[in-house]
Design a protein around this ligand. Structure first.
Ligand SMILES: Cc1cc2nc3c(=O)[nH]c(=O)nc-3n(C[C@H](O)[C@H](O)[C@H](O)COP(=O)(O)O)c2cc1C
Length: 266
């Protein structure tokens, strides 16, 4: 089957997964590249169509060693017919545990044929200037590796052009999967004195948990702690000072500061 176009399908609240996928696409070099972002709340309803003979790079961040539940729900709307897929998880320099296996199994359930997979590192959502965790990643070295991975994928597709070629691919992880995100009460909050009610936080929230009128209100039951609002606020008026998240961030900073490198399969 010849591949005629490239789609990047992703959930990426703080943008690191999207960045990695874009670098992989550069390496693959197939035009046109279509973005299918499943990040915003309208992704839960928007028409995603059926996949056939395109190549789809599917990416998601790792939350507690698993895929974010909301990403799985949105990806479940994909329908593919033997469509070749490249699977990518992006984690914050701790570990990705069962997330890549979960994406591998999910993609096959949806009708994709995974041909390659990778785990990359992105700045941790809980990272702050005071408590940095993988700050600035993916950096140039990561993105160079992503481009190189894309080139490998391109060659793999060429090798797979023959009808009897098979796709041996195994990814790490165990099933049954580990438990996913525990429920953590609370949400990011707004420092009213410096908030300009510009609405950026509401625009970038992947679950629609934020409403902005004369003040900013956040529904803690919808907040998935992705910290997109914190990272994107132009006046640094959004902060995540939930004591549990703060404790986790300090633990990550103390125990996972040694640089991890991307892993590529096969
Ligand atoms: C709720 C939550 C849980 C996370 N769990 C993990 C984890 O288990 N391991 C890890 O290394 N990083 C973890 N991270 C960090 C993200 O995987 C990482 O920051 C990723 O680059 C975010 O992707 P995005 O920029 O596409 O949103 C977690 C982040 C959040 C918000």
């Amino acid at each position: 089957m010849s591949v005629t176009s490239l789609k990047l399908a992703y959930f990426s609240p703080t943008g690191t997964t999207r960045k990695v996928l874009e670098a992989i696409a550069e390496g693959i070099g197939i035009e046109p590249v279509e973005h299918l972002s499943m990040t915003s709340p309208d992704a839960a309803e928007k028409s995603v169509g059926n996949f056939t003979d395109e190549l789809v790079v599917i990416g998601a961040p790792v939350y507690a060693g698993r895929l974010p539940e909301v990403a799985v729900k949105r990806f479940r709307r994909f329908r593919a017919r033997d469509t070749r897929a490249v699977l990518v998880v992006v984690f914050g320099n701790r570990d990705y545990e069962d997330a890549l296996l979960e994406l591998f199994n999910l993609s096959k359930d949806l009708g994709f044929v995974p041909i390659a997979a990778a785990a990359f590192i992105g700045e941790h959502s809980f990272s702050t200037p005071d408590v940095p965790i993988a700050p600035g990643r993916p950096d140039k070295a990561d993105l160079d590796q992503a481009v190189a991975f894309g080139l490998t994928v391109k060659h793999r597709i060429e090798d797979l052009a023959s009808p009897d070629s098979s796709v041996p691919l195994q990814v790490p992880g165990s099933f049954p999967y580990k438990d996913g995100m525990p429920s953590i009460e609370g949400a990011a909050r707004t420092l009213v004195d410096i908030c300009t009610t510009c609405g950026t936080c509401a625009d970038v929230c992947p679950t629609g948990s934020i409403t902005v009128n004369t003040v900013v209100e956040t529904d803690p039951n919808l907040c998935i702690k992705c910290c997109a609002c914190v990272k994107e606020c132009p006046t640094q008026a959004r902060i995540m000072d939930n004591p549990i998240i703060t404790k986790i961030a300090v633990w990550l900073n103390e125990n996972y500061s040694r640089r991890k490198e991307p892993e590529i399969f096969p």
